[in-house]
Design a protein around this ligand. Structure first.
Ligand code: ZN
Length: 79
């Protein structure tokens, strides 16, 4: 990868990067089912998505959105 996305380890950095690129409304490359720390389970509709229960923001870069392990929490209502 030459896009630099793989160097982003922190959820907040991912949100900032994806928004900077204007790609926050992109769909993930594969279905990403989040098991939130609040107990909620939901599938991310876009690469940046908030938990419908606790509003924790989860983020992944579009180019790495084929793997649930690349999804990082960014904080409550970060996005
Ligand atoms: Zn939650």
């Amino acid at each position: 990868m030459s896009c630099g996305c793989s160097s982003l380890k922190d959820g907040k950095a991912i949100v900032d990067h994806v928004k900077y690129k204007g790609k926050e409304n992109h769909q993930p490359l594969a279905p990403l089912e989040i098991h939130c720390e609040c107990g909620e389970k939901f599938t991310m509709p876009t690469v940046i998505a908030n938990c419908p229960n606790c509003e924790m923001t989860y983020a992944v870069t579009p180019c790495s959105s084929d793997n649930i392990e690349n999804v990082k929490p960014a904080g409550i209502k970060y996005a």
